[in-house]
Ligand binder design. Structure first.
Ligand code: NVA
Length: 310
């Protein structure tokens, strides 16, 4: 059966841990896994802007012995010029895997059901699971290994209904984290995602909690995370975003309420003075560039895991 990674809970807890362990090994020995030797090709498709994702997937695919074929969604017009299913059939006959950044999660699901090769979510409106794998890798590194993940308290502040919030809930629950989301009531996470995350915590010992109090969320947290107030494809005006999310800015006062050795995550791109202050993102507790680098290692491990099972 072809395995895909469309959302964070496509990896069971033991599988997520296996991927993170492999990522740590690949970080120490960059060319230790060569599942794409040939070179076999991987299609990397973008319907939305990218920097980290394009760089980390293309570099990672090459380091795995393969060849990345980057497809600009503005030219391919998937679903417009050609159906998602036809595109999937064309790609599946030539490439070993498909990595896609797009809008609706349903497009990715359609691709996965027809491609016949692993399909990886490189960000949709609903989830950004590769980013959360990299974030978990970063937290594991900071806290002494994957054994330290269960029980870690991660507080995410900002837009609770965006892809990062949803992926922190599912991916964090899978890792046994205590995930707290601080967000205004009107931007609460999707109920089904919250429910699924709760279900997962029953077996991992984690927990999920949504609050409109930033102070409550960050109190004693080991990890603080935030994200842009306006995601790609979201039409919220800047003034409205400031009104909604201003009280949830990650600033020095919020950081002071967390553990003394708390680390700060941001998936980038960051808007200093909006969701996070320069003092915090450029300060000593920020690990955002380790986090950005860890996209590479986490995604190489993920591709290796998926290819080995396909
Ligand atoms: N929530 C952000 C993440 C960017 C990597 C967005 O979707 O734009």
């Amino acid at each position: 059966m072809t395995r895909h990674f469309l959302r964070d809970d496509d990896l069971a807890p033991a599988e997520q841990r296996e991927v993170l362990e492999l990522a740590l090994r690949l970080k120490a020995d960059r060319f230790a896994a060569r599942p794409l030797e040939g070179p076999r090709a991987v299609a990397v498709l973008f319907d939305k802007p990218t920097l980290r994702t394009q760089v980390s997937f293309t570099v990672g695919i090459a380091e795995l012995g393969g060849f990345p074929v980057v497809v600009d969604g503005r030219l391919a017009k998937i679903g417009e010029r050609e159906s998602v299913a036809d595109t999937a059939h064309v790609l599946g006959r030539q490439v070993a895997a498909v990595v896609w950044r797009t809008y609706a999660q349903s497009r990715l699901e359609e691709m996965a059901s027809a491609a016949g090769v692993p399909v990886v979510n490189a960000l949709t409106d609903d989830f950004h699971p590769c980013q959360v794998l990299a974030d978990l890798l970063t937290v594991a590194e900071q806290r002494g290994g994957t054994d330290a993940l269960p029980g870690t308290v991660l507080a995410y502040t900002g837009d609770g209904a965006n892809n990062m919030a949803h992926s922190y809930l599912l991916g964090g629950a899978t890792a046994g984290l205590h995930v707290r989301v601080a967000t205004p009531r009107e931007r609460a996470p999707r109920a089904d995602v919250l429910e699924r995350a709760r279900q997962i915590t029953a077996s991992t010992g984690g927990s999920v909690h949504v609050t409109d109090s930033l102070a409550e969320a960050v109190a004693g947290a080991h990890v603080l995370a935030t994200d842009t107030w306006v995601s790609m494809g979201d039409s919220t005006e800047a003034a409205e975003a400031e009104r909604l999310f201003g009280p949830f800015r990650l600033d020095a006062a919020a950081l002071a309420k967390a553990c003394d050795d708390a680390v700060v995550l941001h998936c980038l791109p960051a808007y200093r003075g909006k969701e996070i202050t320069a003092e915090v993102i450029d300060g000593p507790q920020s690990v955002v560039f380790d986090e950005a680098e860890n996209r590479l290692h986490a995604q190489k491990a993920l591709l290796t895991f998926l290819l080995e099972r396909t």
